[in-house]
Ligand binder design. Structure first.
Ligand code: SF4
Ligand code: FE
Length: 483
């Protein structure tokens, strides 16, 4: 039975021997750790959705490779309908969790590696695609989470991998054996690392011949020998260690990122999908980035739906909902968010089949989508903070709210409209605070800026796809210049 329940997923992560460090210590039980558990809950939502009959066709589909119904997060897109269903699913999950549910990176890696291994084999007679299909079936049949690992630490950004003072600034092959390779290096900012069974590693940029050992793609289990991770901090993360959940802003869900270190990790031949084919490294990066830039048109719009709802509630609870400027700010937030959604849909509708048969998004529109995602969420958060007022950051703690003597005073003086408990008002304001300045802001703001590539990465792609020559010809034709 390929589809795991949410509980089965949680227990499958518990059974892994993950080496996770945080605050200087190894985390023996990451599944129940209060800082990590909300991120596991978000990923679990991708399993729960697949079990929900209402979302069966959105969250699951039939795999042409196993003949079975699989979770869409392990699916290879067969049509533009698959591409649009992907972002519809992401919007729903964003609405349910108001956070990063982490499983998209692997889905985007699978689709990018699928078409790129096909192209490499066609050009070079290598066996990568067949190997990859075997690995894909393993993921689909066991309903596993694969982290898509692309971003290397990069050291001095002005130097290529082979010129770095420390050769480990990019993941690279340090030994080739008859039965496989040994890799060393690290991947930074790895979303969902502690909640993944597997990891698909890809090069982070276009490589040249001198960087042959760095043009490597492969898969390893997250608990493979030599792999360990150091969890990244999130703003206000230690609020999750306090009693109560109100001050966290998002009581159940969250995201996580980590630095994953490869301390001489052995990769067997059947899990190597690129080794030295430098001329295909750019295609792999471009396709993965295209898919993940499309993804942001889904997940971030879902998250913003919750934020817009919270801003509207904050207005209701403080009695300003009828003010025309408040109404206008809410309309502006919706307008910005639906513009992102339109871009996500557009790049999906305009997707095309690759030579391998899977569907790739329209790269120009996917990059425009993500470029807008680097901007609009900041304005949406500004408007939400405007409506929420200063109380979203000056409200006393949950402990004070529930204190036998201080509590009644806090409740009295922060009462808004009659009939709405001060506690509910605080819940909404803390949520907006979380999305702007806390752990939620990591996923909604910083990730919108830097996830799937920083703004300049999209501008380079937009420039490359723009075909200014054709546009010049149009202008010449209209004004009558014929040379
Ligand atoms: Fe998925 Fe969005 Fe998180 Fe990326 S940022 S993994 S697209 S939820
Ligand atoms: Fe991301």
């Amino acid at each position: 039975m390929p589809l795991k329940t949410g509980e089965e997923y949680v227990e499958s992560i518990r059974s892994l021997n993950l080496k996770i460090y945080m605050f200087g210590e190894r985390i023996e039980n990451p599944v129940d750790h209060p800082i990590l558990r909300p991120s596991l809950n978000s990923l679990k939502a991708t399993y729960d959705l697949a079990q929900n009959p209402e979302y069966r066709d959105l969250a699951t589909t039939k795999s042409p490779f196993t003949g079975e119904r699989v979770n869409r997060f392990t699916h290879i897109h067969q049509s533009t309908e698959d591409l649009t269903n992907k972002i519809r699913m992401q919007r729903v999950l964003g609405q349910m969790t108001a956070s990063c549910f982490q499983r998209c990176v692997g889905m985007d890696a699978l689709n990018a590696v699928f078409s790129t291994t096909f192209d490499i084999d066609k050009a070079k007679g290598t066996p990568y695609h067949e190997r990859f299909l075997t690995y894909l079936r393993y993921l689909q049949e066991n309903d596993l989470v694969a982290d898509g690992a692309m971003t290397d630490p990069k050291g001095d950004r002005g130097l290529p991998p082979h010129k770095q003072a420390d050769p480990d600034m990019f993941v690279h092959v340090v030994e080739r054996r008859a039965d496989g390779i040994v890799v060393r290096g690290a991947k930074a900012h790895q979303t969902g690392a502690s909640n993944s069974h597997e990891m698909i590693v890809m090069p982070t940029q276009t490589m040249t011949e001198a960087d042959r050992d760095y043009a490597v793609a492969f898969a390893v289990p997250m608990d493979a020998e030599g792999v360990f991770m150091i969890v990244g901090r999130q703003s206000c993360d230690t609020r999750k260690l306090e009693d109560g959940t109100l001050d966290t802003g998002n009581p159940r869900f969250g995201g996580m990122e980590a630095l994953i270190v490869f301390d001489d990790v052995f990769v067997p031949n059947d899990r190597i999908f690129m080794d030295g084919e430098v001329e295909f490294s750019g295609d792999l990066v471009e396709r993965f980035a295209g898919y993940h830039r499309q993804s942001y048109g889904g997940c971030k719009t879902g998250v913003a739906d919750v934020l817009i709802g919270a801003a509207a509630l904050a207005a209701d609870y403080s009695g300003v909902a009828r003010a025309s400027h408040v109404k206008d700010k809410l309309i502006e937030m919706v307008h910005l968010n639906e513009t992102l959604w339109a871009c996500g849909l557009a790049c999906s509708f305009e997707g095309k089949a690759t030579a391998s048969g899977n569907y790739l998004v329209d790269l120009m529109l996917a990059n425009v989508c993500k470029q807008n995602v680097t901007r609009f969420p900041y304005e949406i958060v500004r408007l939400a903070s405007d409506i929420a007022g200063g109380l979203m950051v000056t409200a006393p703690s949950e402990t004070d709210l529930n204190h036998p003597e201080l509590g009644p005073i806090v409740k009295k003086y922060f009462q808004g409209v009659a009939g709405v408990p001060t506690e509910d008002r605080f819940k909404v304001l803390r949520f907006i605070e979380n999305m702007s300045l806390g752990t939620g802001g990591v996923a909604y703001l910083t990730e919108s800026l830097h996830g799937a590539g920083s703004p300049q990465a999209q501008r380079i792609m937009i420039g490359r796809q723009a075909d200014l020559g054709a546009k010049k010809n149009l202008a010449k034709s209209v004004v009558g210049i014929d040379y």
